[in-house]
Design a protein. Sequence first.
Length: 173
Amino acid sequence: MRIIRCALILTGVLLGVRDLTPVAHAQKMTYGVKVMVAKAADLAKAKTYSWTVSQPSPDKTVDAQIVAAVDRQLSALGFTKVASGTSDVLATYASTRRTDVNLKGKANESGARPAYEVGTLVVDLRDPATRQPLFRVRIDTPITIEPDKAEMQINAAVTAMFEKYPARTGAKR
């Protein structure tokens, strides 16, 4: 019985810590684009890309919009999409949505602080041989969760991300 009680207490503590984590991180988060890897020399040689397995959005419409937006940006940079066979780089992405809470904001009558939906998108261009990232860019941005505004927000986010792409000779931009 003592072991079960300790396990229940430990579980409660862990769940409590997990539930507070987004609130604690909300104060540290800065919004915007961050390039985490950029190997310009390797990227300068790349001319083709193909998609590889990623962590797609569970919403198939959002997944298609993200892929289309990345395809447009890569095309504008002079890349050619390869449907099958080998390519110079592999494209992949991961996305998530979270709620940030402004702990410094004024609480409403029920005690709740202002909360904001935030979208995070990470796009990688990887070396096909090693699977190591050659270009990794991340954006964290407040979003509206209205479906009719999603595509506009995705396009704006992906455009902002690829504005950080290392300069290329011959790019169409």
